[in-house]
Design a protein around this ligand. Structure first.
Ligand SMILES: Nc1ncnc2c1ncn2[C@@H]1O[C@H](COP(=O)(O)OP(=O)(O)OP(=O)(O)O)[C@@H](O)[C@H]1O
Ligand SMILES: [Mg+2]
Length: 315
């Protein structure tokens, strides 16, 4: 049987991508393949190389080594202008002109492209009709973020790049952006996004690459990555004293034991079996329990188990 990647050319791909800034290796031999119609997420801590990678794919930054293909084209072969017409780009920090209105801003961006919907239609797509006459400076953070996505949608792109589209937004604004991305995908569009939010990646992305120190360290659907843990529940607990972790890991149904700032994490498959056994074991080790909570394993747990760090620790 043919691999999907050979049956359908990738929307985006890069192989052996390297980018250095002086002594810093921002991207260190990164491979990636995004399929047409897919929402693909790059996940990783600060400085992992996500923005550098996405900017190279966008044609805004040049790699030191590696191959890049975007909608079957390579950058720098005399077809950049035509290729750019097919892409929607939202940068990690978009600087919009404060003294332009929403409608003027979208109209300006629309003028950069040969084709695309009318500015008002795009404004409607991002639900900013009521604000069409408002200056950018008067918008809330969530409204400004939706405006910057509108600017990425003015040419009806085939591929939409979103670099941390929801960082710093309140939950309602985040959901509005998720809905917007879902709408773009219903029209057949491909999305490459970066995020620090695990729930966002789990909700939006068909597949996720976890990036650390400029390399992909894990790749798959959110469910596949969580299955790597071999245990889909996590108990977080704190005790007075140091537990014998080897004995905890040997409890029935227990997986990895990891230390975190506030205590310990134990992955497990069967909470109803393992939690009573854990409580009995802690009593045997004479360690008073200070707190205990459980959660379903997340991509954050996957990252921690792969690197021993949390996504928020950075490097
Ligand atoms: N223009 C630059 N000059 C020098 N170093 C840079 C430059 N851009 C990025 N870097 C370095 O390259 C590394 C990767 O940066 P990048 O912005 O790609 O990370 P990121 O994964 O997007 O991080 P974040 O989650 O904070 O946005 C970092 O160590 C960063 O300091
Ligand atoms: Mg970044």
């Amino acid at each position: 049987m043919l691999e999907p990647s050979t049956a359908f050319p990738a929307a985006l791909s890069c192989r052996g991508l390297v980018k250095r800034y002086g002594d810093v290796v921002a991207v260190d031999g990164l491979d990636l393949e995004v399929r047409p119609g897919e929402c693909f997420g790059l996940l990783g801590p600060n400085g992992a190389g996500k923005t550098t990678t996405i900017e190279i794919l966008e044609g805004l930054n040049r790699p030191d080594a590696g191959e890049v293909s975007v909608l079957g084209e390579a950058w720098g072969r005399g077809r950049d202008r035509a290729l750019r017409q097919r892409l929607g780009i939202q940068l990690q920090e978009t600087k919009l002109n404060d003294k332009l209105s929403v409608e003027e801003t979208v109209t300006l961006f629309r003028s950069f492209y040969a084709r695309g919907p009318a500015p008002l239609e795009v404004i409607r797509q991002v639900s900013l009709e009521e604000k069409r006459g408002a200056w950018v400076v008067k918008l809330s953070g969530g409204q400004r973020q939706r405006l910057s996505v509108a600017c990425a949608l003015v040419n009806q792109p085939e591929v939409l790049f979103l670099d941390e589209p929801t960082t710093g937004l309140d939950p309602q604004s985040r959901r509005q952006l998720w809905e917007l991305i879902a709408g773009f995908r219903r029209g057949g569009g491909t999305v490459l996004l970066t995020t620090h939010y695990m729930d966002e990646a789990e909700k939006l992305c068909d597949r996720v690459a976890i990036v650390d120190h400029g390399k992909v360290i894990a790749l798959g659907t959110p469910a596949e990555l969580i299955a790597l843990l071999g245990a889909d529940h996590v108990v977080e607990f704190a005790v007075e004293g140091e537990p014998d972790t080897a004995r905890l890991a040997a409890l029935p149904g227990a997986g990895q034991v990891r230390r975190e700032a506030a205590g310990w994490l134990l992955s497990l498959r069967t909470p109803h079996v393992t939690i009573p056994a854990l409580l009995a074991e802690l009593e045997r080790q004479r360690l008073p329990l200070l707190s205990l909570t459980t959660h379903h394993a997340t991509l954050e747990d996957v990252f921690m188990s792969l690197t021993g760090r949390t996504l928020r620790d950075g490097a």
